[in-house]
Design a protein. Structure first.
Length: 754
């Protein structure tokens, strides 16, 4: 063991050990073989594979590059939505996402289009006859408001003039056929099912008086009821179903009602409804409300739900009953939910499946808050967590959060979440996906996100707050700052000051063009595997721009953990991989092209393993079979922390303003710092291959090639530099070699980042 003390600039220390080179002896095989390994092993920057072969840094064991997933027949599929996974009515956008096929301009009232339709159309066609398209069956009861006779009996020749009279006369399952007209009635269907069928919504409407809870009420004993091809408007709700199911609602135009468009209520018995090929617009508080019941919505548009002063304005709302005993259930397919207020689709303590849908342009409520696209949440005393499946859909132009999951479960696949803007009242947030625990109960959310695209959201592409999230084969792109700050691609954190951690797994994904940090975590457990983090940009103030950042809880010092494997971190600012107060394992990862911070021009380290200012928590890192190249100031810096570096390449660290440019820096700035270096290659660095400042560095089997200095060792802050040669180290350049030398020079160490 040798101690380096300040001395003349040209003073050197010779490190020698049994089996090492002595002055004037070339390394075995020449310096070109400095990084050579025994036959069957792998060179620095590559890891041996089970069964033979080597895995290069930045690639996965199966041979695919970071950001790719193994597909069928040995193909590698890039992260994002495969073209074949775009749902019916959607088309690939050429950027690993999908666009819905819809009209370019909003449809006029009474017209609609669902995914796959490029032109607006009426809700249903109108035939030429009074009851065109309606089944003519024995027992059919006919209604025509234009009939002037006084002898109605429900036949085509003498039709009823009021729908209520026809319902009263109808046998179970009979058709009630309604001709053109505006029928001002409050209808009740109870005790038996009928099939209420209009000519078309453009010509047949039911106008509720507001004296009943809904224009049409379907109650107990009316299972099997059908309501088709008519319009409904009302001074109360449009349709209410309570204690009846199943009920079919087809080709309806529910509009301009002063209550909910459709209520499906399970409080008084089992209820279920299917709403299909319909338009629900200009309703109040809820477009469709499902409470403790089941509803299926297909090929339907729900739009412009108004927000009353008390809050709401939600497009589709499914929840458990008010006693928290019965869960709600929703299936929503190939539909459009747009221009709602507060929430586009809400699942509260219920089960919801959303497939091939568009949820867009969600607006704030009357208080100017929220505007979230899709929400899954629960509360204390509710019927358990919400369970959401969101597939093949687009959630766009929301406020506050595109998808919000609180203390609930969600599986999101092949979905685009984009253009989420900050909250209207406070100018905050704007996350693509927000995953949060319950502050009241501590219950965590659990979300799996796969094969998806998050694009042009604000503040945080994905937020994981004291919850669990798994992100696979997904692209998180161009997350934008709010008020000049943040814009992180993925961020996970525990609750400051509390023992509530976050758990984050990111596999085979691409996080690009974020601001401040591509992926960051605090008081969390993170696993990053086969992932690309690239083109991370600074905040608007020129600060940050880190690729990957992990730290402890700044209040309690609760540590984080990281497993980073087979990944690529490139074109970051300030620091590629930044670790404080974290226990980390980094394997087969490539970190390259890290630039200095834009604001100060400082830093630019590939990896920083350092102590947290404030909590005093050191970082501990094991770095194996990785490559760190084209950094500024230092390739790897270990400050007041511990690191073990094995089989790793650190090269082309550049000087900043003519200073620094070390491959590895081990510095004791405020406390002790130790590192070990084995089986590695440090080459073509602008100053030292490795520099030790008041710290301890042990080396074995490592090659120092074509650095200006092999080693620099210097006392710092009153602490001596301790170098330990464990043998097998070689130094030189091109075809020459020499003993490894440590220079106790008066050079300045680069400072750790704050």
């Amino acid at each position: 063991m040798l101690r380096a003390r300040p001395g003349p600039l040209l003073a050197v220390l010779l490190l020698a050990a049994p089996g090492g080179c002595t002055d004037g002896e070339p390394a075995p095989g020449g310096v070109a073989d400095a990084g050579a390994v025994p036959p069957g092993a792998c060179p620095p920057g590559e890891a041996p594979l089970v069964g033979g072969g080597c895995q290069k840094a930045g690639t996965r064991a199966g041979g695919c590059a970071a950001g790719e997933t193994e597909a069928s027949r040995g193909r590698c599929e890039p992260a994002g939505i495969p073209e074949s996974a775009c749902a019916e009515g959607f088309e690939p956008d050429g950027k690993r996402g999908c666009n819905a096929i819809l009209p370019a301009e909003p449809c006029l009232p009474g017209a609609m289009a669902v995914p796959g339709e490029s032109e607006c159309r009426p809700v249903a066609p109108c035939g030429d006859e009074p009851w065109a398209g309606i089944p003519a069956e024995p027992g059919t009861q006919y209604v025509d408001a234009a009939y002037a006779g006084q002898d109605s009996n429900g036949t085509p020749q003498r039709p009823w003039t009021e729908i209520g009279a026809a319902i009263a006369a109808a046998a179970p399952q009979a058709v009630v056929a309604v001709a053109t007209g505006s029928y001002v009635e409050d209808l009740a269907i109870e005790g038996r099912a009928v099939r209420l069928w209009g000519r078309c919504p453009e010509l047949v409407e039911i106008v509720g008086s507001g004296e009943s809870s809904a224009a049409i009420r379907v109650g107990a004993g009316a299972a099997g009821t059908e309501i088709r091809s008519l319009a409904i408007r009302s001074a109360s709700a449009g349709i209410s179903i309570a204690g009846a199911g199943p009920v079919l609602l087809d080709r309806l135009w529910i509009h301009d009602v002063l209550g909910h468009g459709l209520d499906v209520l399970g409080a008084s018995g089992e209820s279920a409804a299917m709403l299909r090929r319909s338009l629900v617009e200009s309703t109040r508080e809820r477009g469709v409300y499902v409470e403790g019941a089941a509803a299926s919505i297909e090929e339907t548009v729900v739009r412009e739900t108004a927000a009353p002063p008390a809050g709401g304005g939600r497009g589709v709302d499914v929840r458990d009953d008010l006693d928290g005993k019965s869960r709600g259930s929703l299936t929503l397919r190939r539909s459009v939910i747009e221009r709602s207020h507060e929430v586009g689709v809400l699942a509260h303590a219920s089960d919801a499946t959303i497939e091939a849908c568009v949820v867009r342009d969600t607006l704030p409520n009357a208080e100017g808050r929220f505007g979230r696209g899709v929400v899954a949440q629960t509360a204390a005393g509710a019927a358990g967590p919400a369970k959401l499946e969101l597939r093949g859909s687009v959630v766009e132009r929301s406020l506050d959060a595109g998808v919000f999951v609180a203390a609930s479960e969600a599986a999101i696949d092949a979905t685009v979440i984009r253009d989420t803007s900050p909250n209207a009242d406070q100018g905050e947030r704007g996350s693509g996906i927000a995953i949060q625990h319950s502050a009241a109960t501590g219950a965590q959310a659990d979300v799996r996100l796969s094969r998806s695209l998050l694009d042009r959201n604000h503040d945080l592409g994905v937020l994981v707050g004291a919850s669990r999230a798994t992100i696979e084969a997904t692209v998180v792109r161009e997350t934008l700052p709010v008020a000049g700050k943040n814009g992180r691609g993925v961020h996970a954190q525990g609750v400051p000051g509390q023992d509530l951690r976050a758990a984050l797994t990111v596999r085979t994904s691409v996080i690009e063009q974020a601001h401040a940090a591509g992926i960051s975590f605090e008081a969390a457990d993170a696993v990053i595997d086969g992932t690309v983090i690239r083109d991370t940009l600074p905040q608007d103030d020129g600060r940050l721009g880190r690729g990957l950042s992990g730290q402890d809880d700044l209040v309690t010092g609760t540590r984080s953990t990281l497993e980073l494997r087979a990944s690529l971190v490139e074109q970051s600012y300030e620091i590629g991989v930044f670790l404080t107060g974290t226990d980390a394992l980094v394997e087969t990862t490539l970190v390259r092209a890290t630039s200095p911070e834009k604001l100060s021009g400082l830093y630019g380290m590939g990896m920083a393993v350092q102590r947290t200012t404030g909590t005093g928590q050191a970082a501990k890192a094991t770095i194996r079979h990785s490559v760190v190249e084209a950094s500024s100031v230092a390739g790897i810096i270990v400050g007041d922390s511990e690191a073990s570096i094995e089989g790793t390449v650190v090269r082309q660290a550049l000087a900043a303003d003519g200073l620094f440019g070390d491959g590895l820096v081990v510095g004791a700035y405020e406390g002790s710092s130790t590192a070990s270096l084995s089986g590695s290659l440090l080459e073509a660095n602008a100053r030292a291959g490795a520099a030790c400042f008041g710290a301890s560095l042990a080396m074995a089997g490592t090659a120092f090639a074509c650095n200006v200095l092999d080693l620099a060792a210097q006392e710092y802050q009153g602490r001596p530099a301790v170098l330990q040669d464990l043998g097998g180290n070689t130094c030189g350049c091109e075809t020459s070699s020499r003993p490894c030398r440590a220079l106790p020079a008066q050079i300045e160490p680069p400072q750790p980042a704050q």
